[in-house]
Design a protein around this ligand. Structure first.
Ligand code: ZN
Ligand code: FE
Length: 255
């Protein structure tokens, strides 16, 4: 039976996500930006919390951990490399670890850069990945604790997932990302069309997420560093991929 995924906005621009396996009656919250919002979403769906999957230690992803754990007895699974900073963590996982959510497999990918130990939860049989603050629709997370090269390698790992993989991200940043992306690749028709769609969705108060890997590959400038047009625009024709990425990221930081 298919997984049910429920995404809801919380805090100022975060997303909460619940993943439910109806067959086994188990539910995971992807991060816990705030206990009240996750509690409300669980109540709305009539689901009982079994797990929290923590992508990284930032407060806007872990603030709800302790309250939700004490109310529900849920198990918190999070990144080994920053386990000491994840409130209430029970199981610390790293690259290649695999476990189950009900009848579906969950694989752990290490995607450091935004934080030093950031992980992604990939569910291959359900064609979905929960990428936290690593990849965003038309953007990527700020490189706070890692290096540019590290972040590029993490994005390249996500870019190599099957094209039809649904991507759930930590934030609704797509409109600002679209405006910036157009400064990097204004001649990309797929990007121009998507920017229009994103604007229409936001005007209607709708979420622009989840996205898909294939859509990001054709429109997200942070994944398109091999593009001749982008390299030429940046004057980096013969630079390494990570250096082109770093230039795009630095420009976004100043945008
Ligand atoms: Zn973060
Ligand atoms: Fe965040």
């Amino acid at each position: 039976m298919a997984l049910e995924i429920y995404q809801f906005p919380c805090l100022s621009d975060n997303f909460g996500v619940l993943v439910h396996d109806p067959e086994r009656g188990v539910t995971a919250s992807i991060d816990a930006p705030n206990a009240e919002s996750v509690r409300g979403a669980l109540k709305h769906k009539g689901w009982k919390l079994s797990y929290i999957f923590t992508t990284h230690h930032h407060a806007d992803h872990t603030d709800g951990n302790l309250a939700l754990k004490s109310e529900t007895g849920c198990v918190i699974i999070g990144p080994k490399a920053e386990a000491a900073k994840v409130p209430g963590i029970d199981t610390a996982v790293s690259e290649g670890d695999a476990f189950r959510l009900g009848s579906h497999q969950v694989r752990v990918l290490e995607t450091p850069g935004h934080t030093a130990g950031h992980i992604t939860f990939h569910m291959p049989t359900a064609n979905v990945a929960f990428v936290g603050d690593t990849l965003f629709a038309l953007g990527c997370g700020r490189v706070i604790e890692g290096t540019m090269e590290m972040m590029w390698n993490s994005l390249a790992k996500l870019a190599a997932l099957p094209g039809n993989t649904s991507i759930y991200c930590g934030h609704e940043y797509t409109l600002a990302n679209a405006k910036f992306a157009l400064t990097i690749e204004p001649e990309n028709e797929a990007l121009v069309a998507r920017a229009r769609e994103v604007e229409a969705l936001r005007q209607a108060g709708k979420a622009t997420l989840p996205t898909r890997i294939d859509l990001e590959l054709t429109t997200n400038p942070f994944l398109r560093v091999k593009s001749e047009a982008i390299r030429k625009r940046l004057g980096l024709e013969s630079a390494a991929d990570w250096q082109v990425f770093a230039e795009v990221r630095n420009r976004k930081n100043k945008a």
